[in-house]
Design a protein around this ligand. Sequence first.
Ligand code: LMR
Length: 348
Amino acid sequence: MKVYITTAIFTIVLLLGAIGYKHQFWQNGSLPIDQEQHGLNEQIVINFSHVVAEDTPKGQAAIKFAELLEQKTNGRIHVIIYPNGMLYNDNNELKALQNGDVQMIAPSISKMTKAIPTWQVLDLPYLFHTDEEVEKVLNGRIGEQLLNQLNHADIKGLAFWNNGFKQMISEKNRLVRTEDFKNLKVRAMPSSVLQAQFELLDATPVTTSFDELYSEIENHGIDAQENTISNIYSKGFYKVQNHITLSNHGLLGYAVLMNEDFWNSLPQDLQEDVEEAMAEATKWNFQIAKEMNQVDLEKLKKEPNVDLTSLSVAEQKNWEKKFKPLYTSYKDEVGSVFLKEIQSELNH
Ligand code: LMR
């Protein structure tokens, strides 16, 4: 009898031990710590939130930046990336940055135009014709001046990144002639120029946050949208909107932003590391943006239900003609000086 009781108690203790070990009850919920890592207590964490998939030019550039910065600082700075709007979406990421709830975001330039109206110039359709032109402006002297506009908003601007050119994608019909847009509900990012662009085509612009876009299409809240091939492919928009027009009519670029107090709190050597890592990641971003859109386009070509079409030269001329009034009215805007500068830089 005594032997039975002792064996039973022993078995129960062993069982409890095994369950406790599996669920790590005695660790108080804290994560295991690498004791060999020096200065863990002084490690600085950058939480970097963005809304797109990891497998996109922005998602990849964020990862590249994180790797470069950790290398350069020997692990003194650790960057944690939150993709796919898992922390914040279009509507609340800027507030989260300003409040210091995250240290970095990279919203599209269009979404920043309410805060920085001079950036509207970059939304003008057919302002750029090649990726090289985009890089020359965003990554050069004019880009620097545009980034300096953030001084009024207490945000540290680190760089502009590129995704590529936006294309049109629609559920019901191909969008080739300018009349094809008539009475359609077209999703536009919150930018006056983009709203006006669709109004000129007799369509109704609808502002939908990127994270709600897929369900909004499924619920027929919008008929069409403009986006890059990499976003169309990575978010599967082509499954619910299968007519894609390669129109290359507008730029999807990003402003890479840091909370200003956080930036000011970094010692000078770490600020230099951030700048260096950002310069390298930016160069790399411009390179892969082009490649990723090309690779995803090839994948879309293989999708049996996707109807892909390109604009002929004459069709593109018609679109450009239709958008001309945007340029005329833009001449009266505060930042119109940037339009002249960009046009002369690109010899347009
Ligand atoms: C969009 O809202 O369509 C884009 O700005 C998303 C992104 O960040 O590329």
